[in-house]
Design a protein around this ligand. Structure first.
Ligand SMILES: [Zn+2]
Length: 142
């Protein structure tokens, strides 16, 4: 059992044990299936067993969904998207309406929180879908 804190994670897209054992749809299809919370491989099984915790494997096609480690990529994408939307809206509204700081805080802090929470799960699903499609699954016994 490798210690993932000290041993490097070995990505093995050509691992014969894992690479061809599940279907690989196109990247866009896999990302859309993942974003909708379905298995990126077959589109029928569930991807999540909680809000953000992914299942170990698809109950329909046995794709190793739990082995795909999206890590910090989904929050990065969410911060990037929400930051641009909220800051752009805030600047536009500030130029037109001239809101006070308190009014801006009352509008944009909850908006930022709600948008971030709403986008995090689809972003994680899409990231997992893309990673699975690209074969970015660590080898089991590396
Ligand atoms: Zn599946």
């Amino acid at each position: 059992m490798p210690d993932t804190l000290t041993d490097p994670v070995l990505w093995s897209p050509r691992n014969p044990d894992m690479a061809q054992s599940w279907a690989k749809p196109g990247a866009l299809t896999a990302m859309l299936r993942g974003a909708s919370g379905r298995c990126p491989s077959c589109g029928k099984g569930r991807l999540f067993r909680g809000w953000l915790r992914q299942v170990d494997s698809c109950d329909h096609c046995a794709a190793p969904l739990g082995a795909v480690r999206a890590d910090d990529a989904p929050p990065y994408f969410v911060i990037f998207i929400v930051g641009h939307l909220v800051i752009g809206t805030q600047i536009a509204l500030d130029g037109v309406m001239g809101l006070s700081l308190l009014a801006e805080a009352a509008i944009f802090l909850p908006l930022t929180l709600a948008a971030s929470m709403a986008l995090l799960r689809p972003a994680k699903g899409a990231t997992i879908g893309l990673m699975l499609q690209l074969g970015l699954v660590p080898a089991r016994d590396a």
